[in-house]
Design a protein around this ligand. Structure first.
Ligand code: ADP
Ligand code: MG
Length: 588
């Protein structure tokens, strides 16, 4: 084919694809415009997860009648003039790409009235072109409606998930902006019913309460806004962080803003996690809302059309300012780190061998080194661990011989004897496997094994957790949770799965919902939930076990369908064959 210039409707759709990936991107761009327009109240309404319809209503400055067409032209913006201005961007938008992009991939209707004009304008656009336009009576502000997203791009549309899943992403985006702009009143309405609303009082704790419930809001610790001592760099860190007791099972509750813009930065997330080092158990993550203010020329937001990535001129300064500010709060408020008093929790993976024993020539799975620099913190998606390769031949895939327990080693491993040598069993990994299979077997049964609580407890869910319980409530009940709605997004827990009877009921429910949302490498909802239960319900490393408990555990492991690995594929046991022992001792 010869080279030719693409027709404008094709090129604009390609360009739009960079900005608009899914309904949540439409919402993000429209919200940013409303905030740039100085809106103090923004309402977002969705139908079918935003795929059928998204409407954003604001009371901002509006668009003057003569500029309405221009607003939908590519690279038309009121926010930048000169290339140099790019160095000093203070608005959320600046690329002039959002409105034309939304109009290229959906049908758009706009009603807007600029402050100072006595009449509004209404316009309709199809494939990015204004097809109807006229004056209309309207309140000051702007209403933009996007309908039938990606209807003309079936390939794109195929990649969208269910309306519930897309809606949940929109909840996430909206809640981030609500946290960033406590003085703006946000309302999110999904299919006619209110998902959440904030009052716009300007108080961050109140927004946190609207999103996470009053208990969490009450526990949050304020970051002292005094700038940390980083000489000439004016890096200001503000916001609120959760105490270790409100930890979460993933990073998705860490929200970071740079100059009012929500960013996803692994570097900054890592800085925050580092600040919590010693305060949180392994694999637990903080809840945090952090605002970082830097002079605009210190940060480049023009990295990607979606504007969620940033680059800093002096990355190290921002990193240490954040880490220090957070650390100071934790040290001041929680003088005794909780973790050091207890043996490390190894709910996630085996204790990393600092040295290699002769038994294992090299680590069998990626070992997370918490002190490694950020670059090497390549998170291995769960479930993708390579199959462990012991030097000794693996046992037959599906059988563990009858084992005789010899004793416990380091309160972490069970030493046992089998017909062909010695076995070392990781008590946590092994029990995880046992519980995992037990939960899966049970979820197929009729009556779940629940334990009623003496005193019911209430728990407030965030919008995405709420979405999860709304759509998969039966599964949660099937696991043994006895829960009832208790107004808004609060639930009352009257009973928990018997397996989790020793755990904090609220936390257990939140974690199950989170793991279900996350996936964690498991395909089915049942497996996701079962994994969370296994993780919580399993015996920990560091727990001393009696002879009978150990025998019981090995017996249960022998009964498992896949006894050699934990649910995520890490080994539950190491086998030292008799031949190996003979060789090592020079008997052969
Ligand atoms: P950008 O935000 O990068 O400038 P957009 O395509 O998102 O580009 O918007 C183009 C222009 O339309 C903006 O610069 C602004 O002047 C105007 N505009 C868009 N949305 C609104 C709104 N909700 N209220 C007022 N003006 C708006
Ligand atoms: Mg914009």
């Amino acid at each position: 084919m010869s080279i030719r210039l693409l027709p404008i409707d094709v090129s604009s759709k390609i360009a739009a694809g960079e900005v608009i990936e899914r309904p949540a991107s439409v919402v993000k761009e429209l919200l940013e415009n409303s905030l740039d327009a100085g809106a103090t109240e923004i309402t977002i309404e969705l139908a079918a997860g935003g795929i059928d319809e998204i409407r954003v209503v604001d009371n901002g400055s509006g668009i003057p009648a003569v500029e309405v067409d221009l607003a939908f032209e590519r690279f038309a913006t009121s926010k930048l003039r000169l290339a140099e201005d790019l160095e000093l961007v203070e608005t959320l938008g600046f690329r002039g790409e959002a409105l034309p992009s939304v109009a290229a991939v959906s049908n758009v209707e706009i009603v807007t009235r600029a402050v100072g004009e006595d009449q509004g304008t209404r316009a309709e656009l199809t494939s990015g072109v204004v097809t109807r336009k006229g004056p209309i009576g309207a309140a000051a502000g702007t209403v933009i409606t996007s309908r039938n997203l990606f209807k003309s791009l079936p390939a794109r549309r195929k990649f969208l998930r269910t309306p519930a899943a897309e809606g949940s992403r929109i909840q996430t985006v909206t809640s981030r902006y609500a946290l960033a702009y406590p003085a703006t009143r946000f309302n999110l309405i999904i299919d006619g019913s209110k998902s959440f609303g904030t009052v716009g009082s300007g108080n961050l704790r109140e927004v946190i309460s609207d999103l996470y419930g009053s208990q969490v809001a009450h526990s949050m610790l304020a970051i002292d806004p005094a700038p940390p001592v980083t000489d000439e760099a004016r890096v200001l860190v503000e916001g609120m962080i959760g105490p270790p007791s409100t930890s979460r099972s993933n990073r998705s509750h860490i929200t970071i803003f740079i100059n009012g813009r929500w960013v996803q930065s692994r570097m900054l997330t890592y800085a925050l996690q580092e600040a919590y080092r010693g305060f949180l158990m392994e694999r637990r993550f903080p809840l945090a809302v952090v605002h970082i203010t830097v002079p605009p020329d210190e940060v480049d937001v023009n990295v990607h059309p979606s504007k969620t990535e940033v680059r800093f001129r002096r990355e190290g300064l921002v990193f240490s300012a954040l880490q220090q500010a957070v650390r100071n709060v934790l040290v001041a408020d929680i003088p005794v780190p909780t973790l050091n008093e207890q043996p490390a929790d190894t709910s996630s993976r085996p204790v990393s061998p600092g040295h290699t024993t002769p038994l294992l020539a090299s680590p069998m799975w990626p070992i997370e080194n918490p002190s490694a620099p950020i670059q090497s913190e390549t998170p291995v998606p769960s479930g993708e661990y390579p199959t462990p390769q012991l030097q000794e031949p693996l046992l037959p895939r599906d059988a563990v011989p009858a084992l005789r327990v010899l004793g416990q080693v380091q309160r972490t491993y069970i030493a046992a004897e089998g017909p062909d040598g010695v076995y070392l069993i990781d008590q946590h990994a092994a029990h995880e496997r046992v519980v995992f299979e037990k939960v899966l077997a049970q979820s197929a049964a009729v009556a779940p094994d629940s334990q009623s609580l003496m005193e019911p407890v209430t728990v407030a869910l965030d919008p995405s957790q709420h979405e999860m319980i709304a759509s998969h409530g039966e599964l949660v009940v099937g696991l043994g949770f006895m829960v009832e709605p208790f107004g808004d997004r609060t639930f009352i827990i009257r009973g928990v799965p018997a397996l989790l009877s020793g755990n904090d009921p609220g936390q257990a429910l939140l974690d199950v919902l989170e793991s279900m949302a996350e996936g964690g490498g498991f395909e089915s909802w049942e497996e996701r939930a079962a994994y969370s239960m296994a993780c919580h319900g399993a015996i920990r490393a560091g727990m001393s076990l009696g002879q009978q408990q150990m025998s019981e555990l090995t017996r249960q492991l022998e009964d498992c369908n896949q006894p050699h690995t934990c649910p995520h594929g890490r080994p539950t046991m190491i086998h030292l064959t008799s031949a190996r022992l003979e060789r090592e001792f020079g008997r052969r």
